[in-house]
Unconditional design. Structure first.
Length: 129
C-alpha cells in the first residue's frame, strides 16, 4: 500500500506540473495512450478490492500533497493507476452550460468510480479517454 501511495503522490505531482504549464493536450494524450496492464484481476471481487485500494491510495496522496489536486489531475492519476493494474478505466470530461463548468471523473464498466454516480446526468460528455 505504501508503494501505491508514493506512485499516486508522484503522479499527482507530474500531472500538476503539466496543468501548471497549461498542457492539457499533454495530459489528455498521456491518459489516452496509457496501456492497460496485463495482470487482470481474477474475479470481480478482486477487481473491486483493487479499485478500492487504488482509490484509497490516491485519496491519501491528495491529502498529503501540498497543493489542491483538481478533478482533472485526480481523474488522470486514477485512470492511469487503474489501467496499470489491469482495470480498463476511462477518464471522462464533461461540461455544463449555465453556469459554465467543466468536470472530470473516471468510469469503470460504465460506472463512475471517483465521484457521484449522477455525474453523466449533470454534465454533457465532451471527451472520453
Amino acid at each position: 500500500m505504501r508503494f501505491l501511495f508514493w506512485r499516486a503522490f508522484f503522479l499527482v505531482m507530474f500531472y500538476d506540473l503539466l496543468l501548471a504549464r497549461d498542457d492539457f493536450p499533454g495530459i489528455h494524450r498521456r491518459v489516452q495512450e496509457y496501456p492497460i496492464g496485463r495482470k487482470l484481476p481474477a474475479t470481480a471481487v478482486d477487481a473491486e478490492a483493487m479499485r478500492e485500494t487504488i482509490c484509497s491510495a490516491l485519496n491519501n496522496a491528495c491529502v498529503w500533497y501540498p497543493r489542491r489536486a483538481e478533478c482533472l489531475q485526480r481523474s488522470a492519476v486514477l485512470t492511469c493507476l487503474l489501467r496499470r493494474y489491469g482495470l480498463p478505466a476511462q477518464m471522462v470530461i464533461g461540461t455544463q452550460k449555465l453556469p459554465f463548468r467543466a468536470h472530470a471523473w473516471v468510469e469503470l464498466d460504465s460506472r463512475v468510480v471517483n465521484d457521484k454516480q449522477d455525474m453523466p446526468m449533470l454534465y454533457a460528455e465532451i471527451e472520453r479517454c
